[in-house]
Design a protein around this ligand. Structure first.
Ligand code: TXA
Ligand code: MG
Length: 344
């Protein structure tokens, strides 16, 4: 199919392009748009046939539910089938618009294919002007997964979107690279103690300031456990190369040793590291994801795609500390590596 592409400037938005996108959404089509986390592949969340087009474009399994994006309070209330709890009010006040997705009981207006047949719906208000204008002007909530081919790293830059979604959607709205770089945090607040179903842009530490005790779904930590959030069970973010995570002390000497053995076997090796360590791998194919957790989150998915472009057979990745945004990055890294972790 033909895909209309608009390049937008965040400081001087072309509102005609966004209105065109809104019209496509209302007519049942698909529009890729930027959010603060990753690019999303959107369609009218209230129309079953429109939502089907999302699954088709991504090649996504139909039991993996979508996040519904709203731009105002009335839209939120329209989508949920319960009164707003005190916890929800606190979260919304503290983190919306922003990278936090809250799971609610769904209203009768949300079709079953949005929720993968669940009676709950995941909702967030994104903190990106293009996204908010697109939703507001569409006048309907927009269901949107990350705009990557299912199983590939989420798109954080215009070029990722073009290569994954060009020819598969009605319109692509491009803007700059996304800010956060990992997806939103998904939280279930239905029980006594809130549970993080997917770590993301809002950290556990931030959530605890607002909610008190917060748990992490044990299903997302172990390879063979079953996660509460359906999407977390799929292999994800997989680069073409085999990836191994190295964790512990003095990891660079261990990585150099293993990389040497691989290189002698004729393999092309890539190393994923941080700024503080990158000089230890001089002469090798090295990508640093930066000097802070924020930079690591911002750069991680792009680094995976860069390794694909360079063409390597094996990637050694240095583990980050699993706290603050490092928890979200490590969750993606483990999935990208198929939980292949060597602890020293
Ligand atoms: O930052 C983001 O969240 C991005 C941008 C585009 O907003 N979207 C995104 O969507 O990451 P997606 O489809 O790639 O991931 C949605 C996640 C999946 O893990 C899915 O299982 C979970 O949210 N989810 C959706 N509805 C749910 C529900 N009712 N209960 C539990 N988990 C749900
Ligand atoms: Mg995704």
């Amino acid at each position: 199919m033909e895909t209309l592409i608009h390049n937008l400037n965040i400081n001087d938005l072309d509102m005609n392009a966004i209105d065109e996108g809104a019209a496509i959404i209302r007519k049942g089509g698909t529009v890729v748009f930027p959010t603060e986390t990753v690019y999303g592949l959107g369609a009218n969340a209230l129309a079953e046939t429109s939502v089907n087009r999302i699954f088709h474009a991504k090649g996504r399994p139909s039991d993996n539910p979508l996040i519904v994006h709203v731009s105002n309070h009335d839209m939120l209330l329209f989508c949920i089938g319960e009164p707003l709890s005190e916890k929800a009010k606190k979260l919304i006040k503290s983190f919306w618009p922003g990278p936090l997705t809250i799971v609610f009981k769904k209203s009768k207006y949300i079709p079953d294919n949005v929720t993968g047949g669940l009676d709950t719906v995941a909702i967030r208000m994104p903190n990106n002007k293009v996204a908010l204008e697109l939703i507001e002007r569409s006048m309907v909530p927009i269901a949107a997964p990350s705009a990557n081919i299912s199983g590939k790293p989420s798109p954080t830059a215009p070029e990722h979107v073009i290569s994954d979604m060009g020819g598969k959607v009605d319109m692509i709205l491009l803007c700059s690279d996304t800010v956060v770089g990992v997806e939103s945090t998904v939280i279930d607040i239905s029980g006594e103690i809130p549970i993080i179903l997917r770590p993301g842009g809002v950290t556990k530490e931030d959530l605890e300031i607002v909610l008190g005790e917060v748990n992490i779904d044990p299903g997302i930590i172990e390879k063979n456990a079953s996660p509460k959030s359906p999407g977390m069970k799929y292999t994800h973010y997989a680069p073409d190369a085999q990836m191994v995570i190295i964790k512990g002390k003095n990891i660079s000497s261990k990585i150099l040793q293993m990389a040497g053995a691989d290189i002698r076997q004729g393999l092309r090796v890539g190393i994923l590291t941080i700024d503080a360590n990158k000089d230890k791998y001089k002469g090798l194919t090295v990508i640093s994801i930066g000097g802070s957790d924020e930079e690591a989150a911002h750069n991680f998915f792009n680094a995976l795609r860069e390794f694909d472009k360079i063409g390597v057979d094996k990637i050694y990745a240095e583990a980050l500390k699993e706290e603050y945004l490092g928890l979200a990055v490590m969750n993606r890294m483990k999935k990208a590596a198929g939980f292949n972790i060597i602890e020293i």
